[in-house]
Design a protein around this ligand. Structure first.
Ligand SMILES: *Cc1c(COP(=O)(O)O)cnc(C)c1O
Length: 393
């Protein structure tokens, strides 16, 4: 364990030019050349930049991959992977995929002749059965958002390999501190570095990491050709976030486990979704393929209505109502009215996103304060609902 953190911290290079312990921010668009084409390895920042390169090398190591490529958002990273495909190719994707990826697939790539099939990838045989000769890419997220379903990366990687297609894992929710898909057989990992890698809710960034040098070079080509590169300053911020990733994630996991355990005991709470609970449907796979269960906890209320959820999310003090996750400050969101609003109500419910489902991004505060905050909000929501019921009867 200690070796991982030491390796990570020391994989961030000391500046060879000046000895600066922090990676310098090369805030420049271009680099002076001695003669045409004769330069120090950098010619134009869209193509390559020393600060971004430091980040890309660090994340390649962090995910045990060959090539890391940094983009201006998680979606730009996803977009770059899809650009590996050609007209007529098919993607087989997890059914409760990140909404932005769904929008990108259906509203942008469908018109370029790329088809997507969605299946519940937690049942590995669904993947096996849905593969066709034109499937070129399997796309999974594990854990998923917001019900934290887990798919078996190793088993799906075997199916991908046997069928000559690539497996890409969106590793945003777990982070490489908990789960390393390339070691389990995946070909590509993507991150919204906006979340745990950045870790402080102060940037938007995306990463692609490949196991294979050739695929990595193709992604690097797409990065330069399409141009959605991460800026030098934001690259530096992500490096700075990554320095504390192991300790942050450890604390996120501890706090989330305690919050999940507390919620399971509360009479106003119905279901609790957290892979670290023995009651979670995919707990065994989570134990097998990850070192911990992450910082996201979702739950539903006994009073399964949007009104109840709204009353609850307005009553917390430390959990701030906002989209996104993975930062130092605890956040909560109501997927039915926020992140998953664009999904029709019946489809949303079929995916297990109940009207009252609330997603918590458990931050790094003292866990007693977080639990008190939830307790107070659950009490005030219960009072409000009871009052309503007495006035009705
Ligand atoms: C946020 C998120 C994305 C998109 O990342 P952006 O940085 O917002 O573009 C992709 N996948 C998952 C799982 C996410 O949570």
């Amino acid at each position: 364990m200690s070796k991982t953190a030491t390796n990570l911290i020391h994989s961030i290079p000391v500046d060879p030019l000046t000895g600066a312990i922090s990676v310098p921010i090369y805030q420049t668009s271009t680099f002076v050349q001695e003669a045409p084409g004769i330069h120090k390895g950098f010619d134009y920042t869209r193509t390559n930049n020393p600060t971004r390169k430091a980040l890309e090398d660090v994340v390649a190591q962090l995910e045990n991959g060959k090539v890391g490529v940094a983009f201006s958002s998680g979606l730009a990273a996803i977009d770059a992977v899809i650009k590996l495909l050609e007209i007529g190719d098919e993607i087989l994707a997890v059914d409760d995929i990140y909404g932005g990826a769904f929008r990108l697939f259906t509203q942008i790539y469908a018109k370029f002749g790329i088809k997507v099939n969605y299946v519940d990838t937690t049942q590995t045989e669904n993947v096996f059965n849905a593969i066709t000769p034109t499937t070129k890419l399997i796309w999974i997220e594990t854990p998923t958002n917001p019900t934290l379903k887990i798919s078996d990366i190793e088993a799906i990687a075997k199916i991908a390999k046997a069928n000559n297609c690539l497996l890409c894992v969106d590793n945003t929710f777990a982070s490489p501190a908990l789960q390393q898909p390339l070691g389990l057989g995946a070909d590509i990992v993507i991150h919204s570095a906006t979340k745990y890698l950045g870790g402080h809710s102060d940037l938007i960034a995306g990463l692609v990491i490949t196991k294979d040098q050739t695929i990595g070079e193709k992604i690097k080509f797409i990065q330069n050709a399409s141009g959605a590169v991460l800026s030098p300053f934001d690259s530096w911020l992500v490096i700075r976030g990554i320095e504390t990733l192991p300790v942050r994630i450890q604390k996120h996991c501890e706090n989330a486990q305690a919050v999940a355990a507390y919620l399971t005991t509360h009479p106003a709470v119905d279901k609790v979704y957290y892979p670290g609970l023995k009651s979670h449907v995919n707990h065994d796979i989570a134990v097998k393929q990850s070192k911990g269960f992450g910082g996201i906890v979702s739950f539903t209320l006994k009073n399964d209505t949007e009104e109840a959820a709204t009353a609850f999310v307005r009553a917390t003090q430390y959990f701030k109502l906002a989209e996104s996750l993975g930062g130092v400050k605890s956040l909560l969101c109501h997927p039915a009215q926020m992140t998953h609003k664009s999904i029709p109500a019946d489809k949303r419910k079929a995916a297990g996103i109940a009207d009252s489902l609330i997603r918590l991004s458990v931050g790094l505060e003292d866990v007693d304060d977080l639990i008190n905050d939830l307790e107070n909000a659950l009490q005030s929501y219960t009072r409000l609902i009871n009052k309503k019921q007495t006035t009705i009867s």
